[in-house]
Design a binder for this molecule. Structure first.
Ligand code: 1HA
Length: 271
């Protein structure tokens, strides 16, 4: 794939686009792609760019190199109330990124080689799909290192793998290989490491052939069940968008602007 480089303004990530696919790569391989607040800030910027780029239909999230997707928060900058930025302020801004991955109306695919651990594991969990290389290893470490993600990291994980398995993952802090992850429904497929990007691009291309609106509606529908009022808002927002695209919706706007009574009489009441 002929990736175009859009990384210029970034330090901790690489950002590429090709053929309707945007690829966000955490680029801190010397520490297994652990994230600091700047990393997350840049990932959020790239994700927003991909969301608002009409030419992009699917987003891939990955880590630099073969050793890790992401090893979670950079423990070297963990302060007493969050992860320290360059001004000394403490953040848990990966929680914002998690929400933005879920509410992004385009499919987000985690492409995982090596470790997806701790907060890095949660990142793949909140992606729509996960394609794992055969060297991938998954797990949470929170109770070992004095942390926990009781949001999507726990409750949504339980939706994905079931309550028993989710509790095991968090309470025991074990690591699971790609085969075990596939067996528990934590990933969509496992491929040889050398095939990882090729296979991920093939999945992206298949998605790109499909109706963007149908995909958008489905993603918000899947979210609605688990995201409470915010999930319903997302699904309902899409319903409003579609209604705005109808003549019936537009009659209301036109009548207002033309200072006349709306004529909704011509619109059928569907059974
Ligand atoms: O829980 C949360 C949050 C919860 C709520 C809200 C926000 C949250 C935000 C973040 C998090 C968390 O992510 S907590 C969990 C933090 N992460 C971890 O506990 C994983 C730590 N790392 C490991 O367990 C292992 O490094 C590894 C299984 C990923 C890889 O093992 P491996 O291949 O044996 O490599 P290793 O030698 O351990 O690591 C290579 C280098 O990378 C080491 O540095 P060096 O000794 O060469 O100087 C290692 O210290 C560094 N490194 C790896 N992971 C991290 C790290 N440095 C800082 N932070 C890391 N997370």
């Amino acid at each position: 794939l002929d990736w175009q480089d859009h990384s210029a303004s970034f330090r901790d990530i690489r950002y590429h686009k090709a053929e309707g696919i945007a690829k966000i790569t955490i680029h801190r391989p010397e520490i297994r792609n652990a994230f600091r607040p700047l990393t997350v800030k840049e990932m959020r910027q790239a994700l927003a760019d991909a969301r608002f780029d009409e030419g992009i239909g699917v987003i891939v999230l990955t880590g630099q190199g073969d050793l890790a997707f992401c090893s979670g928060g950079d423990q070297r900058v963990r302060g007493d109330s969050g992860y320290r930025d360059e001004n000394g302020m403490h953040h848990l801004n990966v929680l914002d990124l998690q929400r933005e991955i879920r509410s992004c109306p385009k499919p987000v695919i985690a492409m995982v080689a090596g470790y997806a651990i701790g907060g890095g594991h949660v990142l793949h969990v909140v992606c729509d799909l996960t394609i794992a290389a055969d060297n991938a290893r998954f797990g949470q470490t929170g109770p070992k290192v004095g942390s926990f993600d009781g949001g999507f990291g726990a409750s949504y994980l339980a939706n994905v793998v079931g309550q028993k398995k989710a509790r095991e993952i968090w309470f025991l802090c074990r690591q699971y290989d790609a085969r075990e992850a596939l067996a528990m429904g934590l990933v969509n497929t496992v491929v040889p490491l050398a095939e990882l990007e090729r296979e991920t691009v093939a999945w992206c291309r298949q998605i790109l052939e499909h109706s963007p609106t149908a995909l958008r509606m489905l993603k918000s529908a899947f979210n609605a069940g688990t995201d409470g009022q915010a999930g319903i808002q997302e699904l309902a927002g899409n319903a409003t968008m579609l209604f705005y695209m109808t003549e019936e919706g537009q009659e209301g706007r036109n009548a207002y602007l033309e200072k006349r009574l709306p004529d909704f009489g011509k619109f059928k009441r569907q059974p």
